[in-house]
Design a protein around this ligand. Structure first.
Ligand code: C2E
Ligand code: MG
Ligand code: MG
Length: 768
């Protein structure tokens, strides 16, 4: 019943508009007065004036009236009479509001008038709700006391204007704002749709709204919301196929344009459904497709009416507005879902990411604690992924990751989980395993086998293998973090034994991991305490027999363990990144030492420094080299940097660029351990390299081994063809020297001539 109550509202907005209305009234009456003057001349008599006044008042569309103290109409204009259901203005005279309106409305009007009469104060611009019939009417009313010649109040004069249209427009705006707010605050879609429909229904009494959503396969319509529509009917049309003749909504979704059906019972589009609708009495149905920003159909917004007919222009606007708002809400929800998905999934493979995984592991362990079942966690790393990426390109690499992800998914159950945690690293979580290794292992081996099946990438068929480090709960740890750390150790072991295998964690690995950590800390301290020294191994020219260069070789002077070879700590230093500060020290020390020998008057020689991949990739590497030269005062031509083929092949283009920058400084470059890497001959041509160093492994078995003789000979002639110098490493015997000399090798380095020695011993070698 509250809807029927008159309401008062005084606000500045209403008063401003009431002033506007007054201005318009004045203008209209002036026009009328001018007209009257034109017709009757300038000096009319009293009767004329009365007549004109009456004519004027009856012309005005606003309701003008006067009432006595009891609320009886004394006068009323034609608009007032018509509005209240009378034909002639005089018919209303003597009636009260109680004869015309509902008792509730009448009481409200009377109450307002009583106040004006008692206080003698006029009321301007009051908004009143008058619920005549089904339609509500809003009036803006001013009431002033009606006084006789003595000034005694004898009633009220009222003037009201119908502001229903404005009120409805205002309410629509408020409704829209509220709906947009609901969208902004991520209200669940069904709630939003209900609110939207209720707003439209409040605006269009007797009309029923419905929202249907296009199914993911884009072929059917699913119920979105229809709070006022028959429930059984909603259930019946849920899942209806869209098509060229599928009622209003199915057709609108199919065509992507509005379909307004005037009479369901006779329209061919409704032929298949008219029977179902007949008992419900829906006669017209106007459906508008809900479109995305890009114009794709997302669903439909429809209005049903019990009357046949087409929507008015206003109604069509409302339908469009509703469909538009529904579209915004749906798209916003889709965007939110996408963001949500992206936050928890890897964009490339669509697999969950670490964030989602952490939560899942916790609950898997929780569950296993209760059921006594096992949970397996496996770290998985593709072998040589980097090589594939570098040689076949990133697209092929991405494709491989997608293929691998798909194959893994096909091997696990819904309750299991596979996450991508890094480039080519995955974690597999297997749930609800029987408390026994065998099932876990057979399932993981099945994944390895699936990954190992041939795959076609960039037009080439190839096979990839993977390494796995495996742990299971409760065998290998209580908490997720403990299990993951142990899986990491198992993975380390799998790589250590040559990849393409699966390692289950054991206590020995834990000890090793512990040892690795301890050694890392020790190495870290060694950098800080300056526990490194350089030894130098001379390089001799075979023709002259003279030392022309020395390779600097790093040693760790360990306080307890004595002198440690680089092979025992460089891999760890590379793994942990400590190689960067260590390598920097080597570079500076080698330059300083070489300059010191020159300053001491020894014959100038080249010092060569080994560079690790990690160092070479440092952004400021070239400037570090320049600084070392600058600080030591060594001329660039006395410094040679040894790069390995694998270092260069990691990223040929950027390696070549860096090599050119180094060349521009004036330093020389050599390729160390040549023959063991994968450098292609065509790439080799582009390297600004002065020297190839034949790897020790080829020199070792010459002249006995025919293959090694052939390889060594080939490298020498290749170097000659490319106009590079060539030096053989690890030369230990006279036979090796003889063979190398005959083959045209320029230089040698090895125990045959000298082992690497400390700087003092090297001075004697050089002086000798
Ligand atoms: P490399 O650069 O190929 O160095 C040559 C290695 O062969 C040295 O081992 C040297 O002592 C050894 N060698 C030389 N002549 C003979 C020989 O006639 N017979 C045998 N059996 N071996 C010989 P070392 O000093 O143990 O160094 C091993 C590797 O450690 C080096 O191989 C190099 O790759 C790396 N390394 C050494 N110093 C550094 C450094 O300052 N920075 C970096 N990043 N790596 C270094
Ligand atoms: Mg070397
Ligand atoms: Mg070497």
């Amino acid at each position: 019943m509250t809807k029927n109550l008159s309401r008062y509202r005084r606000d500045s907005g209403a008063r401003i508009s009431s002033n506007d209305d007054t201005q318009r009234l004045i203008a209209a009456s002036q026009r009328l007065a001018a007209e009257v003057t034109r017709m009757f001349g300038p000096e009319p008599d009293i009767a004329d004036r009365h007549y004109w006044l009456e004519t004027m008042v009856n012309h005005v569309p606003d309701y003008i009236y006067a009432k006595d103290l009891e609320g009886r109409f004394l006068i009323a204009n034609q608009a007032t009479a018509t509005e209240n259901g009378f034909r002639e203005a005089h018919e209303i005279i003597g009636k009260t509001d109680f004869d015309i309106h509902t008792p509730e409305n009448a009481r409200h009007f009377k109450e307002a008038e009583r106040r004006v009469i008692e206080t003698g104060e006029p009321m301007f611009g009051i908004e009143e709700l008058n619920a005549v019939s089904r339609d509500e009417r809003w009036l803006m009313t001013s009431k002033v006391p009606l006084r006789d010649k003595q000034g005694t109040t004898i009633g009220v004069v009222g003037i009201s204007r119908d502001i229903t249209d404005r009120k409805r427009a205002e309410r629509l705006l408020l409704g829209q704002a509220r709906l947009l707010e609901l969208i902004a605050t991520s209200t669940p879609l069904p709630d939003f749709f209900n609110e939207l429909i209720l707003m439209i229904e409040a605006h269009l009494p007797g009309i029923i709204g419905s929202i249907l959503l296009l199914s993911p396969d884009k072929k059917h319509l699913l119920t979105g919301a229809a709070p006022g529509l028959d429930i059984a009917y909603c259930a019946a049309i849920h899942g209806v196929a869209i098509g060229p003749k599928a009622g209003s909504c199915g057709t609108a979704a199919f065509r992507g344009e509005p379909v307004f059906v005037c009479d369901i019972q006779s329209d061919p589009l409704w032929e298949d459904y008219a029977g179902m609708v007949r008992p419900l009495g829906y006669r017209s149905c106007w459906s508008m497709p809900i479109l995305s920003y890009q114009g794709q159909v997302l669903g439909t917004f429809a209005l049903y009416s019990h009357q046949p007919g087409m929507p008015s222009a206003d109604q069509t606007d409302l339908i469009s507005m509703a469909a538009h708002l529904a579209g915004i809400a749906i798209e916003r929800r889709q965007a939110e879902e996408r963001i949500q998905f992206m936050a928890h999934h890897d964009a490339l493979t669509g697999l969950p990411n670490r964030a989602l995984f952490d939560g899942r592991v916790a609950s898997a362990l929780e569950q296993a604690r209760v059921t006594g079942q096992w949970v397996a966690l496996a770290f998985l790393d593709l072998d040589n992924f980097k090589l594939i990426n570098d040689t076949l390109g990133h697209h092929a690499g991405d494709e491989l990751l997608r293929v691998v992800a798909g194959r893994m998914l096909a091997c696990v159950r819904k309750s299991d989980m596979i996450v991508r945690v890094g480039g080519d690293e995955f974690i597999i979580l297997l749930n609800s395993l029987p408390p026994d290794n065998s099932v876990m292992l057979s399932r993981l081996e099945a994944i390895r086998a699936a990954i190992g099946a041939p795959v076609v990438l960039a037009g080439r068929s190839l096979q990839v293998s993977c390494s796995m480090g495996v742990v299971c709960y409760p065998e290998h740890g209580e908490s997720a973090s403990e299990l993951l750390a142990n899986a990491d150790s198992a993975m380390y072991r799998a790589k250590e034994v040559g990849r393409n295998n699966l390692q289950v964690f054991d206590a020995q690995m834990a000890a090793k991991a512990h040892e690795r950590l301890r050694r890392h800390e020790e190495l870290h301290d060694a950098v800080a305490c300056g526990e490194f020294v350089l030894h130098y191994q001379p390089q001799m020219n075979l023709k002259t027999g003279r030392i022309f260069a020395a390779e600097s070789l790093l040693r760790w002077q360990h306080p307890e363990r004595g002198l440690i070879s680089p092979g025992d700590f460089i891999p760890l230093a590379e793994e942990t990144g400590l190689i960067v500060p260590i390598g920097e020290w080597v570079l500076n020390e080698a330059c300083r030492q070489n300059k010191a020998w020159q300053d001491a008057g020894l014959p100038p020689i080249v010092v060569s420094v080994n560079v690790s991949a990690r160092q070479f990739k440092e952004r400021n590497w070239v400037s570090k080299v320049a600084e070392a030269l600058e600080e030591s005062g060594l001329e660039a031509c006395y410094l040679e940097l040894e790069l390995t083929e694998s270092l260069i092949m990691q990223d040929v283009a950027s390696a070549v660029a860096t090599m050119h920058e180094l060349e521009a400084l004036g330093v020389h470059l050599a390729i160390d351990d040549f023959g063991t890497g994968y450098s292609s001959l065509s790439a080799l041509k582009r390297f600004p390299v002065r020297r190839l160093k034949i790897d020790r492994s080829f020199v070792q078995d010459i002249p006995g081994d025919a293959d090694d003789r052939a390889i060594t000979g080939a490298i020498i002639s290749l170097a000659q063809k490319l106009q590079m110098q060539v030096i053989a490493e690890g030369v230990e015997t006279q036979e090796q020297v003889d063979f190398l000399r005959e083959s045209g090798c320029d230089d040698i380095q090895g125990y045959f001539f000298s082992r690497p020695v400390g700087s003092a011993a090297f001075v004697s070698l050089l002086a000798g």
